[in-house]
Every structure is written in structure tokens, then in C-alpha cells.
Design a protein around this ligand. Structure first.
Ligand SMILES: Cc1cc2nc3c(=O)[nH]c(=O)nc-3n(C[C@H](O)[C@H](O)[C@H](O)COP(=O)(O)OP(=O)(O)OC[C@H]3O[C@@H](n4cnc5c(N)ncnc54)[C@H](O)[C@@H]3O)c2cc1C
Length: 339
């Protein structure tokens, strides 16, 4: 309760990967930072934990990982492979390590739920221990993820994914396996090898959301993935990047700014890459976040990918066929090997 006050340079809503990465960067610049979240960091399995090796190393976080040197893509039964350099971590451990690093650098943490803020009054409404409170803030960062509540699927498209950590060995060791099937669902499946003889296995879709759990069950059966379930998770993936992450008196970062690659679901890499730049800009009080973001290669990559996905997924299963055709064409162009 005592940490919850107005005496900070930065109030950050959301203590998951994005919030804690930014908090660490700001605390390292001697800024007074409060991160608040309604839940304990690392409490929930939110993703498959695949992260580009370079970004993972640059994050400086020490958590167990499996090195993956191949991506294997199955498109309508046709297999392709490509050399990559990725790590697979337990996402809960990554969040916890990032959070601990922020606290070690001097950031403070409080359990509270962000409710709203007023740009003009620079006030923040939060819910803490059952009470609504109002705080003054100097700078507010919203790293509170993405919620599909109240979203219109066409204007703000999103994907939904479910995943599990199970015991077992991957049929494709040291590889990230992605499976795309036309006609079955508007989506994809994956199997990632994890440290400790475990697998992260999941299914994601843009439509037909209701039966996604059954699809995952069927996928596991098909691949004889019968190991004990250790943890279940999943979440919503925004399929469009924010055009103005600094808007209405707050800077949005991570999922809250749509910083996720809609085609592969990658977000951790972008958070690692852009946390130092976002922290650098906002710590100097310059209003350059939007121009930095709009002139970044990352924004345009995510923007173009989101347009392609929108076009494909408007068409239901025919859209999935177009998507798979595009995937095959680009894999041929990008020198994926057929296996
Ligand atoms: C199934 C699945 C698999 C994925 N696989 C990968 C992958 O392999 N690699 C990859 O790079 N990306 C992957 N992603 C995307 C990745 O999960 C996101 O990019 C990443 O979680 C974004 O982190 P974040 O901190 O912005 O948001 P989140 O992880 O969603 O964290 C938001 C935080 O804000 C808190 N919060 C929410 N509302 C409030 C509130 N009102 N007040 C206070 N706190 C609040 C939440 O408790 C949470 O701690 C996957 C996503 C899914 C769903």
C-alpha cells in the first residue's frame, strides 16, 4: 500500500514482460519507477516462449532455454525448413526474471489494477485492496497487454491462442515447428521444445474461436503428444500495431501497442528491441515516441503483415487457402528448403 503514491517519475501499468523491461531501462537511468499489476509477475503462461537469440541475449536475462537452429513449417502437409537462431524459454520464468531485474535496478512494485486516467488532470484511477484511489502521475506507461473486450473484429482484429506445457520430446528436435492447414481452421499449431524435457504445444486461430481447445486436443493426438500436462495458458494476440503509441496522455508499449508480429505471433523480440529506445526517448521528456515508432522498420513490417492477414482472414477458409498459397510462395522466394 505504501508504494502506491504519486512520487514517481513513471507509473507503469502491467508488470509482465513489456512493463518490466521498460521499468528496468528507466530505473537504470535513475528514474523513480512504480510498476503496478493486479497479479504477480510470472503467474500465468502467456505464450510459447520463442524468442530470437540475439534479442534474448541482449535482454541480459538468465533463464534456462533450448537453442533452436531450425524452423520447420508444414503448409497443407508440405514441409519446409530454414536455419534460424532462436531460444525457447518458459515464459513464466522470463517474466519473473525481467521483473526481478527491474526491482534490482530500483523500480518499486505494487498490486493494483489500472482503471482509467485523465490526461488533462494527470490523474490515475486505480483499484487497490478493494478501494478505488486516485494518484497524480508525471508520466504514465500502459503496458497492460491487449484485451478483446469491446473490440470490433474488423476494426481491431485479433487472434486467439491456447497452449500447454507438457512432458515430452519434440518430433523435430531443436526446431520450432509451425503447422498451417487449409480447410481445418483459420489458424495454426506449433510444437516448441522446452528446457527440462518439456514441450510448448498450442493452437491459434483468427476465427472459429469456440472449438480451439478441441483442435489442440486433436492436434496432440495426431502427433502422439500424450505427456503429462504441466501448465495450461494462452491469450489474445492483437493483429495490428498502434499508429500512435503515445496518445491521450500515456505511452503504450508491448501488446498494448500491438507490438506483435501477426503472422508468427512474435512479440518478445520487439519488446527487447524497442525498450531501450522507448526508455531513452521518454526519460528525456521528449515527445518523440510516435515519430520514432512510425519511422521504425518494425512498425512497417507489422503494419504490412496486418494488412495481408486482414485480407486473407476476411475470406474464412478460402482466405486460409490464399494465406497458405502466399506462405508457400514467400517460402520459395525466401529460400526455405522443401523436406
Ligand atoms: C498463445 C500465445 C503464444 C505466443 N507465443 C509467442 C512466442 O513464442 N514468442 C513471442 O515473441 N511472442 C509470443 N506471443 C506473443 C506474446 O505473448 C506477447 O507479445 C507478450 O505477452 C506481450 O507482453 P506484454 O507484457 O506486452 O503483455 P502481457 O504479457 O499480456 O502482460 C500484460 C500485463 O498487464 C497486466 N494487466 C492487464 N490489465 C491490467 C490492469 N487493468 N491493471 C494492471 N495490470 C494489468 C496483466 O496482469 C499482465 O501482467 C504469444 C502469444 C500467445 C497468446
Amino acid at each position: 500500500m505504501s508504494e502506491l503514491n504519486s512520487e514517481y517519475d513513471f507509473h507503469i501499468a502491467g508488470a509482465s514482460f513489456a512493463g518490466s523491461m521498460l521499468a528496468r531501462q528507466l530505473a537504470q537511468k535513475n528514474k523513480k519507477v512504480l510498476i503496478f499489476d493486479f497479479a504477480e509477475p510470472g503467474y500465468r503462461l502467456k505464450c510459447a516462449g520463442g524468442i530470437e537469440m540475439r534479442a534474448f541475449r541482449e535482454s541480459g536475462l538468465k533463464v534456462p532455454f533450448v537453442k533452436c537452429s531450425k524452423a520447420v513449417m508444414s503448409v497443407d502437409g508440405q514441409l519446409y525448413e530454414k536455419g534460424i537462431d532462436y531460444a525457447v524459454v518458459d515464459r513464466r520464468e522470463l517474466d519473473r526474471a525481467s521483473f526481478d531485474a527491474a526491482i534490482q535496478c530500483g523500480a518499486k512494485f505494487a498490486k493494483a489494477r489500472y482503471l482509467s486516467h485523465s490526461h488533462s488532470g494527470k490523474t490515475l484511477k486505480i483499484l487497490s485492496e478493494g478501494e478505488t484511489r486516485e494518484l497524480k502521475y508525471r508520466s504514465l506507461i500502459l503496458a497492460n497487454g491487449f484485451s478483446r473486450a469491446g473490440r470490433n473484429m474488423f476494426i481491431s482484429p485479433y487472434s486467439i491462442a491456447t497452449n500447454e506445457i507438457i512432458e515430452g520430446e519434440s518430433p523435430y528436435p531443436e526446431s520450432l515447428l509451425f503447422v498451417f492447414e487449409s480447410g481445418e481452421m483459420n489458424g495454426y499449431y506449433w510444437i516448441f521444445p522446452m528446457p527440462g524435457g518439456r514441450l510448448n504445444v498450442g493452437a491459434g486461430a483468427v476465427t472459429h474461436l469456440k472449438d480451439i481447445k478441441e483442435k489442440l486436443l486433436r492436434f496432440k493426438k495426431k502427433h502422439s503428444l500424450t505427456g503429462k500436462i504441466i501448465e495450461k495458458g494462452g491469450g489474445v494476440i492483437p493483429l495490428f500495431p498502434s499508429i500512435f503509441p503515445d496518445s491521450n496522455g500515456a505511452v503504450h508499449f508491448g501488446n498494448s501497442a500491438g507490438m506483435v508480429q501477426p503472422i508468427t505471433g512474435e512479440g518478445l523480440k520487439y519488446i527487447c528491441r524497442h525498450a531501450p529506445a522507448f526508455a531513452g526517448i521518454i526519460s528525456e521528456g521528449r515527445g518523440g515516441v510516435n515519430s520514432y515508432w512510425l519511422s521504425s522498420k518494425c512498425f512497417w513490417k507489422l503494419f504490412m503483415a496486418s494488412i495481408i492477414l486482414r485480407i486473407c482472414f476476411c475470406g474464412g477458409n478460402s482466405g486460409m487457402r490464399i494465406y497458405n498459397l502466399l506462405a508457400k510462395t514467400s517460402m520459395n522466394l525466401l529460400n526455405w528448403r522443401r523436406i
